[in-house]
Design a protein around this ligand. Sequence first.
Ligand SMILES: [Fe+2]
Length: 377
Amino acid sequence: MKTTSAEQGALVFQDQSGLAPRQPEIWAPMLVTREAIEAEARRLAELPAPRSGRRSAVIVHPSSRTADSFTPATSVSIQVLLPGEKTLPFKSNANLLEICIRGGGKVTVDGSFEPRLHDVWTVPSMRGHMYENTGDEPWVRLTYSNAPLLKLLGVLYEEEGVEVSNAQRPEDGLTDAQRRKYASDNAPDVQLTEAGARLRGYEFLTDIPVVPNPALHWPWEKVWPYLSQVPGDDSDERRRIWLLYHPATERRNGTTGTYFATIGGSPAGTPAYTGKHGHRHTSASINYHISGGTGYSIVDGVRIDWKAGDLLLSAPSWSEHAHYHGDDGWRVLTVQDHPLHIAMGSLLWQEKFDGPILALGSEEGQKGYTSPRTQGT
Ligand SMILES: [Fe+2]
């Protein structure tokens, strides 16, 4: 590939004539053991409390382009608060998905809730929020954030301090008549061609319909009864995998605008998957092993052994992966940047290696499965 800049001053053109078709760049899987997570949480707990109150460490993948991410788009951080500590109010245009892995406390974000062990919750973009440890042991949580993607785009925005609030916006100086007339529901909207090309006024760009996006909380004790409880139990009442669905994500079927979270797994005594092949997708998948025993994953031919309490980049984008649990079963929180890809039209999915590569959300989807590699009967 040639780069030419002669006679163009500072302009640079990269010659891509005849460029061969490109393929996804597949990262290596990465295991973070329970022991490593616990040791880092202990180290954070022993630090002097920072002014913000946020004792926090990100887990860095060696391929990270932003030096702070676990997948190209996602950071996973270990957050610690000691009993009695609280954080300064904070807000960001990143969206967060969190799981409590030790202790508990209070999250204040448009009201409040009190997550306990293995509860999952969301913190939406640009919503002032804070945390307080109301218990008597360290509160440890894992936070998944799309901040690294926003950094790559050069658009990560954050505020911190007591002045952060979700109060009413300042006056804009417009009359009510102006506000009503120049809004998307009154703007021109013209069909230009028979095939469907349209012209729309500027108001459509700035007056976007609002979909309510409150912080939502999935208490573990409420999720648990819906999980498969005995070997072979995979009915519509108790499934082996459930999506924690936030209605704000609509057809993108996510938990936040970027991520879906699922709670999956099988009870002790369930036979493990016996197939040799896995599936693959462009969404990157991170497994946090909530409970159960040991098992292993095969990711692009590499075996990775895991146990309860481990965090695993279990399916780097477009890697073939399959998971094999042991006799004690497994329960796992899986987080993928699936809704993000649906929004971009870039979610490719291949359930079987001799099967089609589907662009989910843009063409008819994969039918016939109740969980990865498990066909409905
Ligand atoms: Fe997968």
